[in-house]
Design a protein around this ligand. Structure first.
Ligand SMILES: NC(=O)c1ccc[n+]([C@@H]2O[C@H](COP(=O)([O-])OP(=O)(O)OC[C@H]3O[C@@H](n4cnc5c(N)ncnc54)[C@H](OP(=O)(O)O)[C@@H]3O)[C@@H](O)[C@H]2O)c1
Length: 369
């Protein structure tokens, strides 16, 4: 755990610095480039100095820029506690484990942002709300296409209206695949989605449901279409929190909809719950080499259908470009706002922290009925 060349004499104080944990990864590189272009003092944090310096140069950082070498959430937390950066962006994944450790180290006074979209991680971060209020820190989870693309639509549809009875959100990211290995962070997210199974809200209670339930054939406002099916996600939690509807479901285009595969999802999830098999699956999947593939559709779409007890129904969409680019845009936009002191203390999902219009500031477009 060491620190390389400092950019100036005040660097040790971390005054005004934005640390990017995982700056060599896909989201981290995108966020680093965006924040560097906006003139923020960006410091990559990760386990390989060489890879961070190379990625930093590509992202527009100086060749001798400061980097922090640390290879676990605990070591990163130690560095944060010593140097007090203003905002820490955590893109290292495994958020259920890493987010509370890193977010706690940001308090008091520092702010925290991650891209978690699984129930355990989002619940874990939101559980720090009272601590964050006390500490004057803003902690934001789900700062990406998932959670914001659907949360923002639900917030817009519920604005100025009574509490609805039922909400469904659908997330359909369109993502170009980079050539190379899939990566452990994404592999872990995929495996964890399988083991977590499904969830939905019924009478205001979060209950287990079948992964792949409630398959949808969605026709987007631009005429393209895609299928999605039920998943447990941070999007589900945020849709409930923002609407307070007693019945909430969430689907995702990442969940297979073919009947045979849907039938296999629950047993596969149970199998991968065995720790040794989970580790093996994450390792194998993470090392899988993938070919560069263009995004399957021009747009990514967040969708919400909100229904009231009197039969009133409103539907809306958030249109974005590539889902990964939108994720980097959301994180960069949010991080810049937090670095500038905009944001209320507490632990939040993105629209709860900074309003639904964060989605348009980050480049999305609402299509509301
Ligand atoms: N909410 C959303 O819409 C959304 C969208 C995209 C991604 N995500 C999530 O965001 C996370 C990042 O995705 P990604 O595609 O950018 O992943 P990635 O390309 O695999 O990047 C992960 C980064 O974390 C670093 N890292 C991993 N383990 C580490 C450790 N022990 N110590 C220090 N650094 C470590 C890696 O560094 P090395 O260079 O050393 O490997 C790499 O820089 C994933 O969990 C993904 O599921 C969410």
């Amino acid at each position: 755990m060491t620190e390389t060349s400092k950019t100036d004499a005040t660097a040790d104080k971390g005054n005004g610095e934005v640390w990017i944990v995982g700056a060599t990864g896909r989201v981290g590189r995108g966020v680093t480039a965006r924040l560097a272009a906006r003139g923020l003092t960006v410091v990559p944090v990760g386990r390989s100095r060489e890879r961070m310096l190379a990625a930093g140069t590509d992202a527009g950082l100086a060749g001798n820029a400061k980097v922090i070498v640390a290879d676990s959430a605990e070591q990163i937390a130690h560095e944060i506690a010593q140097k007090r950066p203003r905002v820490v962006v955590n893109t290292m994944g495994a958020f259920a484990a890493t987010a509370p450790v890193i977010a706690r180290a940001c308090m008091p006074g520092g702010h925290y942002v991650d891209q978690a979209n699984d129930v355990a991680a989002v619940q874990g971060l939101l559980a720090l709300h009272d601590e964050a209020v006390e500490a004057g820190s803003t902690l934001v989870t789900g700062a990406g296409f998932g959670v914001l693309a659907t949360e923002a639509v639900v917030a817009k549809l519920c604005e100025g209206r009574p509490t609805p009875h039922r909400v469904r959100v659908d997330a359909v990211a369109s993502v170009a695949i980079e050539a190379g290995v899939l990566g452990a962070a994404l592999a872990a997210s995929i495996v964890d989605a399988l083991t977590a199974g499904g969830r939905r809200y019924e009478n205001g209670q979060l209950i287990a449901s079948r992964l792949g339930a409630d398959p949808q054939q969605l026709i987007f406002p631009d005429g393209e279409s895609a299928k999605s099916a039920g998943a447990s996600s941070g999007e589900l939690l945020a849709a409930y929190a923002v609407s307070r509807a007693p019945f909430v479901t969430a689907t995702s285009a990442l969940v297979p909809t073919a009947p045979l595969i849907r039938a296999l999802l629950p047993p596969l999830g149970r199998l991968l719950s065995v720790p040794a098999l989970r580790r093996l699956a994450v390792d194998r999947l993470g090392r899988t080499t993938v070919k560069a593939t263009p995004r399957p559709r021009k747009h990514s779409w967040g969708h919400a259908v909100v229904e009231w007890a009197d039969g009133t129904r409103h539907e809306g969409w958030l249109r974005a470009g590539d889902g990964m680019d939108f994720t980097a845009d959301v994180t960069a936009t949010l991080t810049e706002l937090l670095a500038r002191g905009v944001g209320k203390p507490g632990a939040w999902t993105p629209a709860a922290a900074l309003g639904a219009d964060l989605a348009t500031t980050a480049g999305g477009t609402f299509v509301l009925d």
